[in-house]
Design a protein around this ligand. Structure first.
Ligand code: IVH
Length: 672
């Protein structure tokens, strides 16, 4: 019997499809959220187990790295062709092997992402693998589940689902989303991804699917590899069926009767591909009839019925006018080539990062050099070659000075790090970047505090750390260039407003090396306040799921030096300090007597309808204690979806485990 829950799940799946697969949303994001919340509430109130294909079950677990799971049949690669001549040779070979039978060619865009395999059993997504070495892949099921354009359940058609269906496709990140990810990476002290492909690859291999879920991954399915009991005559027919099942396939495909037509499709996309939202590195040409494909067969590496016809990387030649050194928020010094402006793949390029000193040396880059510039993955410009033959003798070698270009402090070079760092915490360049980060949209969101204002505030010594922002007054502010009284008033108002920011935003805003938004949330979920976090030991921080030793060390290091800053922020009356006192000292408030009183709990995994922070607060409000690691002193483990090592530890130590449903029941029991 269909229940209200089933209907709601079906409705949400339909809207997910409209939004993420067909790009034709029928309801607003807010309306969609209301449906999701309603489903979460129904599921929490129901005794029935939540099926893994419920739309609420997208996030949990992560990649199981190191697994070697055999593919049903090898995930082959494609042979490449680079010009019309090679394409014609492919056509000739196909015609010869098929003995002049009429051939239909399908052309598709070659999406520049990661090949993956998805398995559906009776219409439900059960397993996802990387391509791996082609024979064996790694289990990335949990990460693929977070991609909203991957249906967890297929759409029913007039025929039953094949008991087993395996499709293959490409996971990618849209071009214009790379920057967002890199801004976050920079905040976490991680090197930026060079192109969307690397960003997609990195995201798919994460062991924490909640981070993958925050990455804008998308997918196009391009092969129906296996459908038990179902036969198709052509690739086109299989694609049509996959679309009916609700799988997302690239719409820019075509069917051709001749190699000349294939060449026209390619020529069209050489220019037009820049208008697409995702990276493509060529066109894939496939023989349409499966009987032809079987006849043609494959070599050990490539099928003989398909070829990748690659686009040439877009290149331009220009001159390096000078090399500047930029100081990052964490003090990393990055050399940047300032170029004579040149147009490349539709954009004017004026500079290119040189990454580090080693890169300059290995490419033998000089100031004044003529260089070949390429847009790596069409996004970030990269110097691929120095035209040494064009040197005039006037080129100048670049000397990486041992001093910070801004504060003149001696720089630090570590053996294992190629990076050179300015370690002067008071360096004004770093301070300016730190303030900009503190004020940024995902941190304290102080509008009206742009780079020009920050420059003046720091240069005039009105601000020496982020806490000084709270002491700014309208009068002196209004005297700054391009400011005036109304803007100054507005800025003071914005700064005042930022005092109400949630504690995780403040933590992120502090710009601790390796602490990005996700890490900040994880830390606050566990420690609840900046004070508690600043008192935490290395071991306590490291025991938080998703936090490694490098992050823990960076956090401890930061707080050991930053008590004066924290005190200044507290004196500025940031709300997070006030809330924190209540949250971390339950003994000071009225505590309900309950099942939880005097017992020690560990909360892990994602709990339905409640965040871990909220869960901890509820336990504390009822007199319980929450710790981060499972030991013999733990009374109960509360384990949600995706619980991992803590679950195993609890089983090992014979500690009772409460499910999310058990926990919610205990909360509702109230005082006993
Ligand atoms: S078909 C045996 N179609 O390109 C043929 N592959 O260099 C299987 N790719 O491993 C691949 N877009 O990851 C096919 N429309 C498309 C594709 C595509 C991207 C990737 C795929 C493959 C690689 C080969």
């Amino acid at each position: 019997m269909r229940t209200e829950i089933d209907d709601l799940r079906a409705l949400i799946r339909q809207h997910e499809r409209k939004y993420y697969i067909e790009n034709q949303p029928e309801i607003s994001d807010a309306e969609f959220d209301v449906l999701m919340k309603a489903l979460e509430a129904l599921e929490a109130a129901s005794d029935a187990p939540i099926p893994p294909d419920s739309p609420t079950q997208r996030v949990g677990g992560g990649a199981v790295l190191g697994t070697r799971i055999p593919h049903r049949n090898p995930m082959l690669s494609l042979n490449n062709s680079y010009d019309e001549q090679e394409l014609r040779e492919f056509g000739e070979r196909v015609r010869r092997l098929l003995e002049d039978a009429p051939v239909e060619y399908i052309t598709e865009l070659k999406i520049d992402g990661l090949g993956v395999s998805l398995i559906y059993e009776d219409g439900v997504f059960t397993r996802g693998l990387t391509r791996g070495d082609g024979e064996y892949g790694e289990d990335i099921t949990d990460n693929l589940r977070t991609i909203r354009s991957v249906p967890l359940r297929l759409v029913e058609t007039e025929t039953p689902f094949p008991p087993v269906l395996e499709v293959r496709g490409e996971v990618f990140i849209p071009k214009d989303r790379l920057n967002d990810i890199n801004v976050q990476r920079e905040a976490e002290g991680e090197p930026p991804f060079a192109n969307p492909r690397n960003a997609a690859a990195g995201s798919l291999r994460l062991q924490n699917a909640s981070i993958t879920a925050s990455r804008p991954l998308d997918i196009f399915i391009y092969t129906l590899n296996y459908a038990e009991g179902v036969e198709f005559a052509t690739h086109t027919a299989s694609i049509e069926k996959m679309k009916q099942w609700g799988l997302k396939c690239d719409p820019h495909t075509d069917c051709h009767k001749s190699i000349e037509d294939v060449q026209n499709y390619y020529t069209h996309w050489v220019e037009k591909r820049h208008e697409l939202a995702y990276e493509t590195d060529g066109v894939v040409v496939k023989v349409n009839e499966f009987s032809h494909q079987n006849e043609l067969g494959a070599t050990s590496k490539y099928p003989r019925w398909a070829i990748a016809y690659k686009f040439n990387a877009q290149q331009a030649i220009t001159t390096i006018e000078r090399i500047d050194v930029q100081v990052g928020r964490t003090g990393v010094l990055t050399p940047v080539a300032i170029l004579k402006p040149v147009t490349l793949a539709g954009a004017t390029i004026t500079h290119a990062t040189l990454h580090n000193e080693q890169e300059i040396r290995s490419k033998d880059i000089h100031i004044g050099d003529r260089i070949v510039l390429e847009r790596a993955g069409d996004v970030i410009p990269k110097i691929v070659e120095v035209l040494t033959a064009e040197r005039t003798g006037n080129e100048v070698a670049f000397v990486f000075r041992d001093r910070c270009p801004v504060c003149n402090t001696n720089v630090q070079r570590t053996e294992d790090e190629v990076a050179v760092r300015c370690v002067n915490m008071a360096c004004v360049a770093q301070l300016k970047r730190r303030i900009a980060h503190y004020a940024s949209r995902n941190a304290l969101q102080i509008e009206g505090l742009g780079p020009a204002t920050i420059d003046q505030l720091v240069d005039k010594e009105l601000v020496r750390d982020v806490a000084d922002l709270y002491a700014l007054e309208v009068e002196p502010l209004s005297k700054l260039d391009r400011m005036g009284v109304p803007s100054a008033r507005n800025l003071v108002h914005q700064i005042e407003q930022s005092k109400t920011a949630p504690v995780e935003k403040v933590l992120f805003g502090l710009g601790i090396f390796h602490v990005g938004e996700t890490v900040a949330e994880l830390l606050i979920e566990r420690f609840l306040s900046l004070d508690a976090l600043s008192r935490a030991t290395l071991e306590e921080i490291e025991s938080v799921d998703g936090i490694g030793p490098q992050i823990a060390e960076s956090v401890v290091n930061f707080f050991s030096q930053s008590q004066p800053l924290l005190n200044k922020l507290r004196e500025a009356d940031l709300q997070c300090f006030r809330v924190a006192v209540d949250a971390t000292r339950p003994e000071a408030s009225t505590v309900m007597d309950s099942f939880f009183s005097g017992k020690t709990f560990v909360v892990t995994g994602s709990l339905e309808g409640i965040t871990r922070t909220e869960a901890s607060k509820e336990i504390k409000a009822r007199g319980g204690k929450v710790t981060s690691s499972v030991t013999s002193k733990t009374d109960y483990l509360i384990a949600g979806e995706g619980a991992g090592s803590k679950y195993a530890k609890a089983v090992e130590l014979d500690i009772p485990i409460l499910t999310a449903a058990d926990f919610s029941e205990k909360l509702q029991q109230g005082n006993v």
